[in-house]
Write a protein that binds this ligand. Sequence first.
Ligand code: SAH
Length: 201
Amino acid sequence: MVDELARRGVRDPRVLEAMGSVPRHLFVDEALAFRAYEIGTLPLGLGQTISSPLTVARMTELLCVSPGMRVLEVGTGSGYQAAVLARLGCDVYTTERLPQLYRRTRALLADIGVTRVHMILADGTLGFPRTAPYDRVIVTAGGPQVPRPLLDQLDENGIMLIPVGDPHSQRLVRVVRTGGGFAEEDCGPAAFVDLVGNHGW
Ligand code: SAH
């Protein structure tokens, strides 16, 4: 998988190392484990999907993290993206709105000894003010606009990645908070499940 990611343009050696060391087959349904290291999305149940390894790699690169950073994730899903960020030394606060997925992933992360991921059962479009501000925010579901609470909880010089647009056809937007304002950059097409919530669909 890592060789294929490198062939497809993923350059950051730290990202490749992290993705090579998190056992992705444990994050997917047992019946689909044989496909865990292919480049593609897989169903998680409950109408949700685990993002393709290529999407995770690209988003992780665009997020430009370094050890010790505090990252807010919206959309825990399988927990794979959060585990990759934890492997890179980040303290990850990740929100999931579906109790069933939240419970399953919490048990998995505890089982495999991932400690830097803090899981929160909540509507992540409201952010998680208790531990704000965050150096980085990563939204792994697509909504109609950038939720205001997430902008407010982004630290100065912080970076946020979020797919914005119509259901299943979005643009990945990178927002940088600079000197009292926000700079937006289009990072290309994206296709994520719906961001459902107060500031989502
Ligand atoms: N990062 C995930 C991808 C998960 S798919 C992974 O690595 O597997 C997107 C997830 O976002 C789904 O689990 C969905 O339930 C969740 N989601 C959608 N809207 C949400 C919201 N408002 N708050 C928290 N989670 C949300």
